[in-house]
Design a protein around this ligand. Structure first.
Ligand code: PDD
Length: 284
């Protein structure tokens, strides 16, 4: 039976109770992280937990644990659930309190919940590429916060799914920002182009890994805004996230990207990425 973490305790799903007054439930008042597990080890855990603390601080919420304690909880969940390839989901809400919009009394403690789950690498997407659909970016202006409020992302992903696509690519004021649960990159004339890490996107941990790999492999990068027209004219396009790694995009709004197959720069980055995750990792 899967072991979960809630409020300082490791427990089974059956004995796990969440208050109806939890502000995550009422308002989406909380933040979260997804951390990949390869070969039974957390990948880039410090970066993810660091970002969890940054997100919490941006919404003026104090997490009742240290970064190291949360990493230890995540490691314990991986161990007891015997997860080899998968991920940790961890969220912190502002706690349970009668429903008023303003913050509750300081005595209300934020609630930490987490679990570890088996989840194979999406190898067929990584190898063959996916289709995406552009969608209006109607989100708020603090997309740098990994907030539980994901309604606009949910609606965008659903619209993409209904069009037979794997991901929605957000466009705000004539600029491509990011995916509904991923960051977006184009490649033009050998240069990797991606939206800068402003309030309009989540600065993905995988995005940061990719930028580092570009540097190490002497692949030029431009962090700048680009339009949908530029996006359609890219030689290559790919999306990144903790669970999708580096996924090539071969079709955008039903138009082929470049030759309609994953490009060479994308492949080089995928190979460089694969080299720095545990070697014995296969599909699952
Ligand atoms: N999503 N942008 C958005 C809006 C995201 O939700 C995510 C991740 C990313 C990529 O971030 P990272 O590389 O740190 O995973 C970018 C996670 C995986 C999710 O919501 O499931």
């Amino acid at each position: 039976m899967t072991t979960y973490f809630i409020d300082g305790q490791f427990t089974s799903k059956d004995s796990l109770t969440i208050s109806i007054d939890d502000r995550g439930y009422y308002f989406g008042d909380g933040v979260y992280e997804v951390v990949k597990v390869y070969d039974g080890e957390l990948y880039t855990a410090e970066e993810h937990i660091g970002r969890l603390f940054q997100s919490a601080s941006k919404i003026k919420m104090a997490i009742p644990y240290s970064e190291q304690q949360l990493i230890d909880i995540a490691k314990e969940l991986v161990k007891v659930n015997e997860v080899m390839t998968g991920h940790i989901y961890m969220q912190v809400t502002r706690g349970a309190s009668a429903r008023v919009h303003q913050f509750p009394e300081v005595s209300v403690t934020p609630v930490v919940t987490a679990y570890a789950i088996h989840n194979p690498r999406p190898l067929s997407n990584i190898e063959g590429g996916v289709s995406v659909k552009s969608v209006d970016d109607v989100r708020w202006l603090r997309c740098d916060i990994k907030s539980l409020n994901l309604l606009a992302n949910v609606l965008a992903k659903q619209e993409a799914f209904e069009a037979g696509c794997a991901e929605a690519i957000f466009v705000r004021d004539g600029v491509v920002t990011e995916g509904s649960s991923s960051n977006a990159f184009g490649v033009k004339d050998g240069v990797v182009i991606t939206h800068p890490a402003t309030n309009l996107i989540l600065n993905g941990i995988t995005r940061q890994v990719v930028l580092k790999l570009c540097k190490e492999n002497e692949i030029p990068v431009e962090e700048r805004a680009f339009t949908p027209e530029e996006m359609y004219a890219m030689d290559e396009f790919f999306i990144t996230s903790t669970t999708s790694e580096i996924t090539p995009v071969v079709l955008i709004d039903e138009k082929a990207v470049g030759a309609g197959t994953p490009g060479v720069v994308t492949r080089r980055l995928q190979e460089a990425f694969a080299r720095q995750i545990p070697l014995s990792v296969a599909g699952d």
